[in-house]
Design a protein. Structure first.
Length: 242
């Protein structure tokens, strides 16, 4: 999503929340064992975050718990499981990579019914991915989409190697390379080129989602935000990608 699609005030709040400059949600950044776990019923729409800011705040707070080893593993009780039989009300769509080291429910310390997760190598978009995200926003009323890249992404590294003259990838994997290719900065070299491409790819995917007419209309109305983020394997922290 290009910043021009959001009002400046909303954009500032969302950036502040994602970088941790605004303490939204209980226990954000504190990692305190004594902080009570807020009561939240995953199956009940009335108890979930309903705005882009509060949804993002819940994710930031969850990641703070994860990276400081104070996870709460919410919404996994027998009561929640029974409630979810009647329907789901997730509060965020997370488009992440298929990498086994970056499961969104864990890195954001969320539980059953909290996140609608869509995963493809390198966060690559295709019709199935777009349709899945649209379902979450248009049918379930989810107020937040997070495009979540990560440090040491193999799909992006493969795209960089292919761009540098490496052998073509077999079968359908070449599609991934072709989609990531525009994110490569050829003024950089080595590991710096790969790392920069990871961030640039998040921005590219976010912009493509923000350009989707039905999503853009909700962003303009203030009921949806599309943000980019990176998960750092070394620190377990999710940081915003501007």
């Amino acid at each position: 999503m290009s910043p021009r699609h959001e009002a400046p005030g909303r954009r500032r709040v969302i950036r502040a929340v994602l970088t941790g400059a605004v303490a939204v949600g209980a226990g954000l950044g504190s990692g305190s064992r004594g902080t009570p776990n807020p009561v939240r019923t995953a199956g009940a729409a009335a108890s979930r975050p309903t705005s882009p800011e509060t949804a993002l705040g819940a994710l930031v707070a969850g990641n703070a718990r994860w990276r400081t080893y104070h996870e709460r593993h919410p919404d996994q009780t027998r009561t929640v499981r029974r409630t979810l039989v009647a329907g789901q009300h997730p509060f965020a769509v997370v488009l992440g990579c298929v990498d086994s080291r970056v499961p969104p429910e864990l890195v954001f310390d969320q539980g059953l019914g909290d996140l609608l997760t869509v995963r493809s190598a390198g966060e690559v978009l295709d019709e199935a991915v777009l349709g899945s995200i649209a379902y979450g926003v248009l049918e379930l009323g989810i107020p937040l989409i997070v495009v979540l890249g990560h440090q040491s992404c193999g799909a992006v590294a493969a795209a960089v190697r292919a761009d540098e003259g490496g052998p073509p990838l077999p079968g359908h994997m070449q599609y991934l390379i072709d989609q990531i290719h525009p994110a490569i900065d050829r003024t950089l070299r080595g590991a710096a080129r790969i790392d920069a491409a990871i961030t640039a790819n998040v921005r590219l995917v976010r912009s493509r989602l923000g350009a989707e007419p039905e999503l853009a209309a909700r962003v303009a109305a203030g009921s949806l935000a599309v943000v980019g983020a990176r998960y750092e394997l070394t620190s377990q922290q999710v940081r915003g990608v501007g």
